[in-house]
Design a protein. Structure first.
Lengths: 320, 320
């Protein structure tokens, strides 16, 4: 199976579960909790969990679908709370929960999804010790997600963020949940400790590379294809690996801190490309995935291992 | 041991754990998460958990202290998020997290404590199956707490809330976590199913009675002793068992929807007392605790069972 087809298949399975458990919400709070979840999404964290589980023990993911759903619920919970903090109004083509309802309802809707995540992890079909460990892993991960989001907010008021600080933030904000997805899949499928360890590191690398690629897409993707307005990070003076690398190379991006025309976007891309910023950032994302992919050699060869490696590649190839 | 001494001893144990794990927070988010937790509190939910565990199996609570802490963390997480929704500025004599920091930090601080609650439940010393069940119980409870808070908010815009609706809201918003405290203590201590069931019902009753008593204290406690300004529920036209019972008896409280002088407070108390509202509400709280206390007869006689019964009495006798 090609990766595209696998991702579609995995998303279908997750969407079916979402439809079963959140498709007919009763009461306003449950409707608010189901809103963003039912608005679609690529379901990449569940897919990574399923592939990791199946790479460890063939076909084990069928019994672990509640845990796959738990990871999507956790992701959605953080999106709902992040949208409140960022005062965002739209996501995935629908109004955010804070916009369609209000802040209070959005806080509670996030909390509800987070609670259900733990209920679903408990409901996976796996030995008690493995499920208990998965619960602990999810709890620690959420702690990290919060720290990552908080770091990200503090960066907004700074113009001296280093690439080390940026990568630490991304590891927590985005990497941690991918790491948990891969390693929880491994734990529930009965993996050995070394297998759990490498899948954790692989997931972390995928998450970090995913975020760096997102930053590249923000700048490079043709207008209207990324879902955000092009060059928004540059316009807002946001710290990303691109802007940090540019600063370290002595490039002054401050003239571009205003709404950018297409021509200005092309200018700034040209400037960054000429100084090797884009190649360097792209190279780092690819290096992170390549190094982590090499670790997977301890897994037995299988269709799922091949798809895991393809997923890593996909994370640094998509949209740019 | 008298109940007072026991509660002090239990709070000391919980405070020691809070000091160990949250006493030297690193970073701004951890400081915000520790803030309200370290500001004191009666630690009644941990005390109920400890007594329930010890009533099932003597001295078992020593091994379950991480779970006792988890219940206090869950309680504090809901307080932090509720304070954002209610735009409250002070609690327990200190600024709320949303007031001292900001809303975004308060959302994350609540989420962090909630994550840690699950970590600590996992960390209790008890069989894996029992801990896993406790995790599931805590997750379902948080779901209910959110529904209860949401119901409470919707009541603010209604003047036709029935006593049945009010009690359903209180069961979720306040009762559920007391029910979880008692039953999680029982589960972790290795209780039989009937023991778990009656302790759950006893905890639920305690929580509901606690809230009704809070409403009585809001009105009846001498100015300056309850921590809130006296008669605030009447002033705000809030639905409580007192105002609902008054409405059902045809008493019009709308003339009192403004800041109340002490004399006006005495007037409204006299009015409600004359119509038997206060006796009726107090009688319901006591009846709820009495009925639930009777269920505890299936527990073996012990010092802890005696203290559990005293705790139920305390909930309906305190401050009024």
């Amino acid at each position: 199976m090609e990766l595209d087809a696998y991702l579609e298949h995995a998303a279908d399975q997750v969407d079916r579960l979402i439809d079963r458990y959140f498709g007919a919400p009763v009461g306003e709070l449950n409707r608010a909790a189901a809103h963003l979840l039912s608005a679609g999404g690529k379901r990449l964290r569940p897919a990574l969990m399923m592939l990791s589980a199946d790479a460890v023990r063939r076909s084990s993911s069928d019994e672990l679908m509640p845990a796959a759903l738990a990871l999507e619920l956790t992701h959605t919970f953080t999106l709902i709370h992040d949208d409140i903090m960022d005062r965002d109004s739209y996501r995935r083509g629908v109004p955010t929960v804070n916009h369609r309802w209000n802040e209070a309802t959005a806080i509670l809707a996030g909390d509800v999804l987070y609670s259900r995540a733990f209920s679903f992890i408990v409901g996976a079909i796996a030995p008690e010790a493995a499920r208990l460990r998965a619960v602990g892993m999810l709890a620690i991960t959420c702690d990290e997600l919060c720290l990552g989001q908080h770091l990200d907010m503090t960066f907004a008021s700074r113009d001296d963020v280093t690439d080390g600080e940026y990568l630490e933030m991304v590891e927590k904000k985005t990497g941690a949940l991918y790491a948990a997805s891969a390693s929880i899949g491994a734990v529930l499928a009965g993996a050995s400790e070394p297998q759990i360890e490498v899948l954790h590191r692989f997931g972390l690398a995928c998450g970090v590379a995913f975020q760096i690629q997102d930053d590249l897409i923000d700048l490079l993707a043709p207008a209207g294809t990324s879902g955000k307005d092009r060059g928004s990070d540059i316009r807002e003076g946001k710290s990303t690996l691109i802007t940090i690398t540019a600063r370290e190379k002595g490039i002054d991006l401050s003239p571009y801190r205003h709404p950018l025309t297409e021509a200005e976007c092309e200018d700034v891309i040209g400037l960054l490309a000429d100084h090797g910023v884009i190649d360097e950032v792209r190279g780092r994302a690819r290096g992170i995935v390549r190094d982590a992919s090499a670790l997977l050699k301890i897994l037995p060869d299988s269709e799922e291992k091949r798809l895991l490696l393809a997923l890593g590649e996909y994370f640094v190839a998509r949209g740019a």
